[in-house]
Design a protein around this ligand. Structure first.
Ligand SMILES: NC(=O)c1ccc[n+]([C@@H]2O[C@H](COP(=O)([O-])OP(=O)(O)OC[C@H]3O[C@@H](n4cnc5c(N)ncnc54)[C@H](O)[C@@H]3O)[C@@H](O)[C@H]2O)c1
Length: 320
């Protein structure tokens, strides 16, 4: 967004779910741009949100703050309720009060549960989550719908599919695998490798978000041309859009690409599936294409190479 020459206000609590140093390093890059204003704080802090809003008066809210991770939601459920349910509630209250032109919210492919109705389409049933993380994200989608209906808040929900790339989360497979392969440690291959993911490159994801900012859902009574199979609500200016690569890859193929990029072999530890993990994800991105004309283009091989180059340069003193 800062590259669009927009003024961008960021709020992040810098939670210690993973290395805060990595979060601070990302933040430092953003702060190099004088159109970026960063605040450290919880979205549950209503006074902080109000003060920031009053000072900057942004017209768009992009709500991405969350406690992520499927496995950690079994260990520490409270943090999901705090950030994802309560935190989001305060974002909705903020939107109710200040009426942004568009509220955009990050959700997840996890809401589709272990459905075998693949590829996942926005309009299919998605109310049987198999992890608390997914349940909190689905709750967000539903709460956002009620606010959108009651207070006419134009709202877009993004359902992201396994995002990867430089500066990504250290609890995710690509990061953990890279770290262990470089340290000659085994990597855990869940469900004995029988898993598929629709890996989505961060640059494609950002491009999709950028384009969707301008695709503002319209109230039902004002709509003229409706795209076939649009996920628009019948009662609110509200839409859900999958953002995926639409090309599912087996986990072992993913590891092979990483081994090629690192020019090193992994020591594979084949283990059973983790509770809460989906077996397969695959996105139908017809709606994204119809709304924006955009389709992700970055090949997995190129994306993994870019990640590895970033990882090695970022951790250059601490690897091997
Ligand atoms: N990475 C993926 O593959 C993926 C897939 C699907 C959905 N998502 C969603 O995308 C969004 C971004 O996820 P990410 O993977 O970049 O994770 P991330 O942890 O890197 O980013 C989330 C940020 O939110 C902050 N945060 C957490 N709770 C907060 C709170 N209560 N108040 C203020 N800040 C808070 C954290 O400090 C963190 O920096 C999340 O909504 C997540 O659910 C991510």
């Amino acid at each position: 967004m800062v590259s669009k020459d927009w003024k961008v206000i960021g709020i992040d609590a810098m939670t210690d779910y993973y290395d805060v140093g990595l979060k601070q390093a990302r933040h430092k890059i953003l702060k190099l741009n004088n159109k970026f204003f960063g605040y450290e704080g919880l979205i549950q802090d209503q006074r902080l949100l109000d003060n920031i809003y009053n000072e900057h008066k942004p017209n768009i809210i992009i709500h991405l703050a969350a406690q992520p991770g499927v496995r950690y939601s079994i260990e520490n459920p409270q943090s999901y309720i705090d950030s994802n349910i309560l935190g989001s509630f305060y974002i909705f209250e903020l939107a109710k009060k200040f009426k942004p032109d568009h509220l955009l919210i990050g959700s997840t492919s996890s809401v589709y549960g272990n459905s075998d109705n693949l590829p996942f389409h926005e309009n299919q049933k998605s109310d049987m989550p198999i992890s608390l993380y997914a349940a909190t994200k689905k709750s967000n989608e539903i709460l956002a719908h009620s606010y959108s209906h009651l207070f006419s808040i134009p709202t877009t929900i993004f359902r992201f599919f396994t995002v990867y790339g430089p500066w990504g989360r250290p609890d995710m497979a690509l990061f953990k695998f890279t770290k262990n392969i470089l340290s000659k440690l085994p990597i855990d291959i869940y469900n004995y490798g029988n898993m598929e993911r629709d890996f989505t490159n961060i640059n494609d994801l950002v491009e999709a978000i950028n384009l969707l900012i301008d695709v503002i859902p319209i109230c039902p009574e004002k709509r003229k041309n409706i795209i076939p199979n649009d996920s628009l609500s019948n009662t609110a200016p509200y839409r859900i859009v999958n953002i995926g690569n639409s090309n599912s890859v087996n986990l072992l193929k993913y590891v092979e690409e990483l081994e090629n990029a690192l020019k090193k072999k992994a020591i594979k530890n084949f283990i059973q599936a983790q509770k809460g993990d989906l077996m397969k994800t695959s996105s139908d991105i017809t709606l994204l294409k119809n709304l924006t004309g955009f389709k992700p283009t970055i090949k997995l091989r190129d994306g993994i190479q870019e990640f590895v180059a970033w990882y090695i340069s970022y951790y250059k003193e601490n690897i091997y």
